[in-house]
Design a protein around this ligand. Sequence first.
Ligand SMILES: [Fe+2]
Ligand SMILES: [Fe+2]
Length: 472
Amino acid sequence: MSTVDLEAKIPNNVGLRDNKRLLMALEKWQPAFLRWWKDVGPSDFNRNDIYLRTAIGVGQGGWAHFDYVKMPDYRWGIFLADPVADRKIHFGDNIGAPVWNEVPGEMRNRLRRLIVTQGDTEPASVEQQRMLGHTAPSLYDMRSLFQINVEEGRHLWAMVYLLHTHFGGDGRDEADALLDRHSGDADNPRILQAFNYPIDNWVDFFCFTTFTDRDGKYQLASLAESSFDPLARTTQFMLTEEAYHMQTGENGLGRIIKRTAELHAAGKDPQTEGAIPLEMLQRYVRHWASASMDLFGGEDSTNAAEAFASGLKGRYREGDGIYKDPKALQQSYSLEVPTSDGRIETKDIPLRRAMNAVLLDAYIADCKRIVERWNRELEKLGVSFRFSLPDHKFNRHQGVYAGFRFSPEGKLIDAATWEAHLTEWLPKQSDRDYVKSCMHPVYERGKYANYIAPPSQGANNQPVDCEYVKFN
Ligand SMILES: [Fe+2]
Ligand SMILES: [Fe+2]
């Protein structure tokens, strides 16, 4: 078991106290991080006492502590899951060899790029969401938002720790650059395009946490299998926190759906009551699901094959022994590929080259479970509307389907058909205007905005009407 040092300036379980050079470098980065938080983190509310969870260790059951804290005083720490003795590489070309505690020279660039790309999304999402506190639909939701924001900040720390510890001067430069790039900045934007748009309403926020944070979960899960043990251990612990982010999205959308469904059941028109019509929400679901699928990268990718072969990224739950061939050399993957003459062809590609597609399949199965859960709620409330996830070919801008047009059901269509249905399938300007018009802050204890039902339980077993954010 690792020793947890909670008294240190940077709480950690990585023995920072005994590594003076690293400690100094990270303590130098810390004020820059706090400046970043102040400049482009949550706008206002930094003086409010907020009921937040703070990671204090990695032990089963007791890893977090809840208390009122002002966000700038949050104790961002560095925590890696405890090491497994004699851990061996369990997939790819080097199966059976001991995992690496240092970066092998030939992996250095590839690994650094993986860490930087993951790390860049963490502060990016905080920047995207910085205005949301001003329209929080309740104190409960405001707490959830800030919980997610501080934890994304901690995830940045996790990646910065790896960069500082294992990549020397280059790593320190990359750590600084993570604070210099900003979401939407014309000159110095975030690396992935999806992280450059503001999330300025709560429908987008709940969609983002449902679908985009879930992409994050799958990326982290594939890194949690990594042969580079410090990366595996840090992402394993990040996943513990990430679960709450996705729940916030899934439950948040579920509560919006419930509110609208209750109005339907009472014979009222949701839109005159300031609730979100289900067809409109379905358009947001299509948009966010398809945009998040793009984050998985190309379905047929030599890059993905190399990352798997060299042991940097595994498949989802690779270590649980659920795949027949841990080398992934014997099988192929059937990929549907559009042809220039308007047909879909099935092409068999070597499984290793399909690793992004394999990860995407696991993600889609997960998303389907959520949609089914919402639909069960609708059924219970006696409403006939049903949500559906768009086909993985719909509205794609990355990978083999980019540049082609597909219906939400996955039928290849022409440009005219696409144009004719666009406003029916994806959010249109009037949807965005309407959603915006619903965004009013509700800061009164136990009260909720008109478009969202109260949660079924409070945070950390507190009552639903707890004063989660104090306005002193
Ligand atoms: Fe994160
Ligand atoms: Fe997250």
